[in-house]
Ligand binder design. Structure first.
Ligand code: SF4
Length: 343
């Protein structure tokens, strides 16, 4: 069975030998943890080092951040980017001063209610600064767990993050939660790197599901969200003697081999209709017969159907069908809805 249940012990032993020496790991407090974790979001460790030192020099306490002009805060952040992080940090410290006398609270509820504290920050501050057995799951940790446990689900999905958080919660050592979370961060940064993990140097290589199945460069699965494209589709309902003209889609591609009413896609509805009329020698219709918005995974069809009573020459892959026959052939989804409207 992998990973063996005592894998955190091997990880912690490796961390004791190989863990990184980082300025925010010296003299930790809830405040220094908070500052460093905010800076490290979206920014590399090496880029953060000088900012971290300068920040603590300028704003050594939550009260100093709370009292500063926002322009000074933004100036100190200049070059780190993502300035909302700095604004959230200041707002949070102002609340800490106003509600907790300048001492960052340790309870989940109180921390979670402060600006800029999401699940990762909550776990990081609670485990690193207060020794609470709380996972801190970021992209590094998701990657390590996906490989270690051979998780094939998309790590960008909230359900997968919840699963990894639950697994981490099960194994986090209660006597060293901060070290465990830091060890995972370091393993992800130094060994279990995104493109080419250094499995031969990994303390968990005998435990690792991905390594065992040769899938260490395949996992984690990250399905990119592709933007949906919106297309305007003009559809021709051409009727003659109780029959309708249908076209069969090509053998390959989207909705392959399905039947549909003749249709043309355009950037605008007017362009689509002009294209349809030109393609089939149709006169401009008087009005829209049917409107429909159909959402596919990566595509949206804004459809407008127009109706003509006329005899028309069949083109390739076309056929006349009665309304009853329409119910028996495979119609592309939205075209089935259109067919259902025909009397
Ligand atoms: S064996 Fe390789 S893939 Fe598995 S946790 Fe270690 S570095 Fe990552």
């Amino acid at each position: 069975m992998w990973p063996r249940p005592d894998w955190p012990t091997r990880l912690l032993a490796w961390f004791a030998r190989e863990g990184r020496e980082l300025p925010w790991r010296e003299n930790r407090s809830a405040y220094t943890t908070w500052v460093s974790e905010v800076m490290l979001q979206q920014t590399r460790v090496e880029a953060v080092r000088p900012y971290y030192a300068a920040w603590l020099h300028r704003f050594p306490t939550p009260a100093a951040v709370a009292a500063a002009d926002e322009s000074d805060i933004l100036h100190a952040w200049q070059g780190l980017g993502y300035y909302r992080r700095a604004q959230h940090l200041q707002r949070a410290m102002q609340e800490v001063v106003a509600r907790y006398d300048g001492c960052i609270p340790s309870s989940r509820e109180a921390l979670a209610a402060l600006p800029g504290v999401g699940p990762y920050m909550l776990g990081a501050i609670r485990s690193l600064a207060f020794g609470a057995p709380e996972p801190a799951v970021d992209g590094n940790v998701l990657r390590v767990f996906a490989r270690l446990y051979g998780i094939e689900d998309d790590v960008l999905q909230p359900a997968t993050r919840r699963r990894v958080t639950a697994l981490a919660q099960e194994v986090i050592p209660h006597d060293a939660p901060g070290a465990f979370n830091e060890a995972l961060m370091d393993l992800g940064a130094l060994i279990c790197t995104p493109r080419t993990p250094h499995c031969a140097d990994c303390p968990l290589q005998v435990d690792c599901g991905a390594r065992r199945s040769g899938r260490e460069t395949v996992l984690p699965v990250r399905k990119k969200k592709t933007k949906q494209v919106t297309e305007r589709v003009a559809v021709a309902v051409i009727a003659h003697a109780g029959r309708y003209l249908l076209h069969r889609r090509s053998e390959t591609g989207m909705l392959a081999k399905m039947w549909e009413f003749p249709a043309v896609t355009g950037r605008t509805h007017a362009a689509a209709l002009a294209g349809l009329c030109a393609a089939r020698g149709l006169t401009t219709p008087h009005g829209v017969y049917w409107r429909h918005r159909h959402v596919f995974t990566h595509r949206i069809w804004e459809m407008r159907a127009y109706r003509w009573e006329m005899e028309a020459a069949l083109q390739e892959d076309e056929c006349w069908y009665t309304r009853d026959e329409l119910l028996t052939i495979p119609l592309a989804g939205p075209h089935a809805k259109l067919a259902a409207t025909l009397a």
